[in-house]
Design a binder for this molecule. Structure first.
Ligand code: ATP
Ligand code: MG
Length: 407
């Protein structure tokens, strides 16, 4: 007959063979979505698979969560890092999976547990076949862990680590310590389409991130004033698109020539209205492309009062030339708050590269702070709006990170 120690060694070997590593993916707000929940989950599943392209793994959907299994162990950091940027994922855990059997769970729990310190066991039981109360299972597992490590002590409220045992409806249990917080939000592309006005600055990439987080599928448009702004300014915008790719996969960028518009404004209109009028053209042109692409809104990185072109009146005057709604997710944020998001998503270093964008090339000393619609319309009578707009649209190019198509 096996001694107690011998029996434990047999148990240890058995559960080590019968358990394996999985990544548990928890969904965020999707539970709010009632009947549409399954559709949201399928969009998220598609996005997860896209993010993990090139890795070997199995993907399983379950109630309110998903599991990644049978991945290469060396890939785990890379996989976690990619999942961390997929909107709709609330948190992740690296867990041990084992068939639900409390005796085996106890052995596994103590195997993977630190041998010293204070801890608690928390059991979440979704499986109706297990009749024992969660608290009693937790006490049972905790008791076993104590019996195998003299350096451990239970402390329910102030502990060094928490061992979670998730007993699921699929007949398996998942044992883990940490929850890794992820990007949250809603699955990318589950919330309509938007056309982002993307400059090379700090704000508009952050605006893209924030709307993508709410599920909006994003296409970008950049107004490019060659030769006033050079190749490096354009490269900056392309680099921003690439940097955002883990959050916003496959964002297409329309590059719209804009110097002819700015030159015409410069020649024919009062200098203090140069930015206001240029912005109205940006809105008009962006709306034409947006409608062609089936976008339901425009998105900008404006923040109220940040600069002259972002006062209440300026926003009103630029809005006046379009009928699509404009979403401005940064409207109430301070610059420092925007900067900290830009740093978090790692666009900041690209945005501060010192290459001027098209507005700085024609920047007036004193831009109008309180423009009016009437004045803007009056000055625009000197411009051939249709011709300027048509030229911009007919000469635009499209940049896509998967294939570079110029049409
Ligand atoms: P950003 O940091 O995004 O450039 P900003 O603080 O420099 O913003 P503005 O230059 O006034 O502010 O631009 C306000 C918004 O107008 C930008 O957030 C962007 O959405 C849009 N925009 C400005 N310039 C361009 C451009 N060249 N191409 C496309 N969109 C632009
Ligand atoms: Mg700017």
């Amino acid at each position: 007959m096996a001694t107690e120690k011998g029996q434990r060694e047999i148990d240890d070997q058995k559960v080590a063979l019968e358990s394996y590593d999985v990544i548990v993916i928890r969904y965020g707000e999707l539970f709010l979505k009632g009947a549409n929940k399954s559709w949201f989950e399928s969009v998220l599943a598609k996005n997860i698979k896209f993010a993990l392209k090139g890795h070997k793994y199995d993907f399983q959907r379950a109630r309110s969560r998903a599991y990644i299994e049978n991945f290469e162990n060396d890939d785990i950091d890379l996989i976690i890092n990619k999942l961390n940027k997929v909107f709709g994922i609330h948190s992740l855990s690296i867990a041990k999976k084992i068939k639900t059997d409390i005796a085996n769970i106890k052995v596994l729990a103590s195997q993977i547990s630190p041998k010293n310190g204070t801890f608690r066991v928390t059991v979440n039981r979704v499986d109706n076949n297990i009749k024992t109360r969660s608290m009693d299972i937790a006490a049972d597992i905790g008791g076993y862990m104590l019996s195998r490590a003299v350096g451990l002590k239970v402390n329910l409220f102030n502990h060094d680590f928490e061992l979670n045992v998730d007993i699921r409806e699929n007949g398996y249990s998942y044992i883990f310590y940490d929850k890794i917080n992820c990007a949250g939000g809603l699955p990318y592309s589950s919330g309509g389409k938007g056309m982002l006005l993307l400059s090379g600055g700090i704000d508009s990439p952050v605006a893209a991130y924030m709307m993508a987080k709410r599920g909006v599928k994003i296409t970008a448009v950049h107004f490019y004033s060659f030769p006033y702004t050079g190749e490096l300014a354009l490269q900056k915008v392309k680099d921003l698109i690439n940097k955002l790719n883990p959050y916003i996969p496959r964002m297409d960028l329309y590059i719209v020539p804009f110097s002819h518009v700015q030159e015409s404004i410069d020649k024919n209109c009062p200098v203090e209205y140069a930015i206001t009028l240029a912005r109205r053209f940006m809105m008009r042109i962006a709306q034409i492309i947006a409608k062609k692409r089936g976008c339901g809104c425009l998105i900008t990185g404006e923040s109220l009062g940040q600069v002259a072109s972002q006062t209440m009146e300026s926003i009103n005057v630029t809005n006046n030339v379009i009928d699509l709604p404009v979403l401005r997710p940064l409207i109430g944020l301070d610059k420092s708050e925007i900067v900290s998001i830009a740093q978090k998503i790692d666009t900041y270093e690209i945005s501060i590269r010192p290459f001027a964008d098209c507005c700085t090339a024609f920047l007036p000393d004193k831009p109008v702070i309180h423009p009016t619609i009437d004045k803007a319309i009056e000055y625009e009578t000197k411009l051939n709006i249709d011709e300027l707009t048509d030229k911009a649209i007919s000469e635009m190019e499209i940049y896509s990170i998967y294939k570079t198509i110029f049409n």
